[in-house]
Design a binder for this molecule. Structure first.
Ligand code: CO
Ligand code: ZN
Length: 338
């Protein structure tokens, strides 16, 4: 899986610009499913047909980035965040645009570090003046972080592990599924999660799943003086209980725990006080969709170098596989019959 993750994280794909990631994933997943299709926003669906109920597994393709808001006479650019980018993590970093243009972010003279906010930041692509800059980059162009994938042994370091690690888990789970399944399963690779779960919103509306599962990264509490959180790297995937976007359906959550225990998959329970995930959009679709989430513990989420544990990724694949193989009942009251 390492090479799959490496290819995915090193592909350009900020929110709204997921095309290259989508093409890559489609090429990797199409032989494992009955058919693939996309919708008008760019979500990719990879469907294994089967009887009801229908399970939707969603991982987002987009990554955080910066958008060019202004180019001055000397060719310096001003930027704004696309998704949850913290300005103090950018100075000294390189970013790359869709056309391959690379630049570095730095900041104006300041007296105190707390002044380090978006208006003080600028992007330099090495252009000699505004005209030269404008030939390569235009207002509204979006760049993502430019950091290579590194295998640290037990752990992987890269930009965009949020959520290409989740995409890789779904691709691998799709490959492992047997010929016959107890129900339909659709792997969705969603767009625009980082700007508000937008892709998952339309994807769930179109698909009408009976159950929804997000696969995404979550924060950890295992670094020096981190905010208290009962999730660590290397202790298995986390079964989400709650984040800001969803209270996971108790029956779904309990079934996930039961499967993990039965299959001896290490797991942790996750309460994330910040952030949301595709399950937040899926569970509010139409008449409501019982939803849960498998989270990959990740250090430094939304930093230029995020870190995940290779073992957690492997166990997440197994958990998704077992979730798909479970014979799920049709949801109770208000459940859709086909
Ligand atoms: Co994110
Ligand atoms: Zn994410």
């Amino acid at each position: 899986m390492e090479s799959l993750i490496r290819e995915l994280v090193e592909t350009y794909g900020p929110s709204g610009e997921e095309g290259a990631v989508r093409e890559l994933i489609e090429s990797k997943v199409k032989d494992s499913v009955d058919r693939t299709f996309t919708d008008n926003l760019g979500n990719l669906f990879a469907l294994r047909e089967g009887p009801a109920p229908l399970l939707m597994f969603s991982a987002h393709m987009d990554e955080i980035g910066v958008i060019v808001t202004h180019i001055d006479k000397s060719g310096f650019m001003r930027i704004a965040p696309v998704g949850g980018v913290r300005p103090h993590l950018l100075p000294g970093q390189r970013v790359i645009f869709k056309n391959g243009v690379v630049g570095t972010v730095n900041y104006e003279q300041i007296k105190e570090l707390k002044e380090l906010d978006w208006p003080k930041l600028f992007l330099d692509i090495g252009a000699v003046d505004a005209d030269a800059a404008g030939e390569r980059v235009r207002i509204g162009d979006i760049a993502c972080l430019h950091q290579p994938f590194v295998n640290l042994g037990e752990r992987y370091l890269s930009k965009a592990l949020d959520d290409r690690a989740g995409c890789a888990v779904l691709v691998e789970a799709a490959r492992r599924l047997p010929r016959s399944l107890p129900q339909g399963v659709c792997f969705v690779f969603s767009v625009q999660e980082e700007v508000g779960l937008r892709g998952a919103t339309t994807a769930a509306y179109r698909l009408e799943p009976d159950y929804g599962f997000a696969i995404d990264v979550t924060m950890v509490g295992d670094t020096p003086e981190a905010p208290v959180m009962a999730v660590s790297l290397g202790k298995g995937p986390a079964i989400k209980v709650k984040d800001r976007s969803v209270l996971c359906h108790p029956a779904v959550r309990d079934t996930m725990v039961e499967i993990a225990e039965k299959e001896k998959i290490p797991y942790q329970l996750e309460v994330l006080e910040l952030g949301g995930t595709d399950a937040g959009a899926i569970h509010l679709s139409r008449g409501g969709v019982p939803s849960g989430a498998v989270s990959i513990p990740c250090r430094y989420v939304h930093a230029p170098s995020e870190m995940v544990d290779a073992g957690d990724i492997g166990h997440a694949v197994t958990l998704i596989e077992k979730l798909a193989l479970r014979d799920w009942p049709l949801p109770g009251e208000g459940g859709k019959k086909s």
